[in-house]
Design a protein around this ligand. Structure first.
Ligand code: PAF
Length: 510
């Protein structure tokens, strides 16, 4: 594809018509560094869309005239390195193009107060309004499918996600982690202004944040005053240092598994921001839903794509049921059950087909636990108080350090009520019966006729939803997905998008 430079807003429309492709959009203010280049190359590697980079120093987001005048301008080099890192087109509009004198077509936007009145918004009046206005204008001109932004400007990222939702813009926001220089400081166009000594101070600031992140993993606790004291001793002028909820920017709560430690400091004339995410454990996705909703397939694929552990809690109930049947145990007698719990070991092992096998006391039961015989008793067994208590504890042990996607019926409500993402997957009875009939794992069900299957599913739903302990109900904060009209891959992509929206990419970095 021929690389193009577009300078006029009118040319954008023409260009869009000719490319015959969706667009990845990477907005910048120029003076590109490796952080920008990472955005461009990530977009290139993500899909086969056309990559458009914009270079526009947006006067509306500068609250200080001098800052605007001093903003580094390196357009020739920007063009060169954008193209060599995966840009297909570069849009370099003038001020008049973006903000025509008559202000025709310009919607001047206000960033939401809850997100914009703190952190960087405290001392940069109107900054985020300016960012929203220019990004909205650019999105309307370019109409991209994906918008790529850096997590370095986390507050900006939240505000722009809010803008996309509020204005119902048809664009997906993709983010990349903060890119750091060799000495640990975040890459920023403003770093060029730093003297040697100022850079040393920033390095100290960033290393304190990174240290706090490391300590938090062990101590699950943060002492802001201690950090402030250490920075003050180095005569670092702190504009803010706050420990917040990563999405609402309200004060972090004890139960927040992921929180944001964000700060801004002044070094000479330069103001720099940095942040880290503090995590008690790796993220957990809870996927609940009735039989036949597609949970297992979807969960397995998500685990693979996000490199998470796949915790099939249903298989654990089936495995226990299998042992009860095999040993002919009277599960109505509590003592007999407690005896089983002492000896049973249920573990999952990946097999060569990148699926998981289930072992009960080292014996592989993957196939046997899917039999109709087990299906007919598992609901009863899983409604026994002691059984649930035992297996929920086992599941929580597996989830202690997070990093898993669990499927079941009470994951979001009982097992992992603090899971970062809760999904309630469901489908109509007709659809679920059809899926069950053609499920290659449900050997015995292929012979059962569709109407009988529907009745079986209704019965199972009734039992699961009406049992006393941990009934199948949607958690208040779960997102419901009705899968009838979607392919498996569409459901998986939808859940991965929701996950990416909630979990900063940065948390994946050790
Ligand atoms: O992050 C930036 O560089 C700018 O705020 C943006 C998003 C390009 C808008 O001018």
């Amino acid at each position: 594809m021929k690389k193009v430079i577009i300078r006029k807003t009118e040319e954008i429309e023409n260009w869009r018509r000719n490319i015959n492709s969706e667009i990845n959009f990477i907005p910048t203010m120029g003076n590109l560094h490796n952080g920008h280049l990472k955005l461009i190359s990530t977009a290139k590697n993500d899909n086969s869309n056309v990559n458009l980079v914009s270079i526009f120093i947006n006067p509306l987001q500068f609250d200080n005239k001098l800052d605007l005048e001093n903003y580094p301008k390196t357009v020739d080099n920007d063009i060169k390195i954008s193209f060599s890192n995966g840009a297909d087109a570069i849009f370099i509009p003038s001020n008049e193009d973006i903000y025509p004198a008559n202000n025709k077509n310009i919607k001047f936007l206000k960033a939401p107060i809850e997100l914009s009145s703190k952190l960087c918004g405290l001392n940069r009046i109107g900054h985020f309004d300016g960012v929203c206005t220019v990004v909205y204008r650019l999105l309307n001109l370019i109409k991209p499918k994906n918008l790529y932004l850096g997590e370095k400007d986390w507050q900006q990222l939240l505000i722009l996600k809010n803008l996309v939702l509020k204005e119902k813009l048809n664009v997906a926001i993709k983010s990349i982690p903060t890119q750091r220089d060799f000495d640990g400081i975040p890459l920023s166009s403003r770093n060029v202004h730093l003297s040697k000594n100022e850079r040393k101070l920033i390095r100290f600031f960033s290393s304190e944040l990174l240290e706090a992140k490391k300590n938090f993993q062990q101590e699950k606790n943060i002492n802001l005053n201690k950090i402030i004291k250490k920075l003050s001793e180095k005569k670092i002028s702190i504009e803010y240092l706050e420990h917040l909820h990563p999405h609402t920017l309200q004060k972090a709560r004890l139960e927040d598994n992921i929180s944001l430690l964000a700060g801004a400091i002044r070094c000479g004339k330069t103001r720099l921001i940095d942040h880290v995410f503090l995590m008690k454990r790796r993220p957990i996705i809870a996927i609940d839903g009735p039989a036949g909703s597609g949970k297992s397939t979807v969960t397995r694929l998500i685990a693979k794509k996000l490199n998470l552990l796949y915790l099939d809690t249903g298989a654990m109930y089936r495995a226990l049921s299998w042992l009860i049947l095999k040993e002919n145990i009277d599960y109505k007698k509590e003592k007999k059950l407690l005896n089983i719990f002492k000896d049973i070991s249920i573990i999952f092992k990946s097999n060569t087909y990148s699926h998981q096998d289930v072992y009960v006391n080292n014996y592989c039961v993957t196939e046997e636990i899917r039999s109709q015989k087990i299906s007919s008793i598992v609901s009863k067994i899983s409604s026994i108080k002691e059984v649930r208590k035992f297996l929920v504890e086992e599941q929580r042990k597996i989830g202690e350090s997070g990093g898993l996607v669990a499927e079941g019926r009470d994951i979001g409500t009982t097992v992992f009520p603090h899971a970062e993402l809760k999904i309630f997957l469901t489908a109509s009875i007709d659809e679920r019966a059809k899926r069950r009939k053609f499920d290659k794992n449900s050997k015995d069900l292929r012979e059962v006729d569709l109407n009988t299957l529907k009745e079986l599913i209704k019965k199972r739903d009734f039992e699961d939803s009406n049992r006393e302990i941990s009934p199948l109900i949607k958690a208040n904060d779960a997102i419901e997905i009705i899968t009838d009209r979607y392919t498996i891959n569409e459901v998986v992509d939808k859940i991965i998008d929701l996950y990416n929206d909630k979990i900063p990419k940065e948390t994946e970095i050790k």
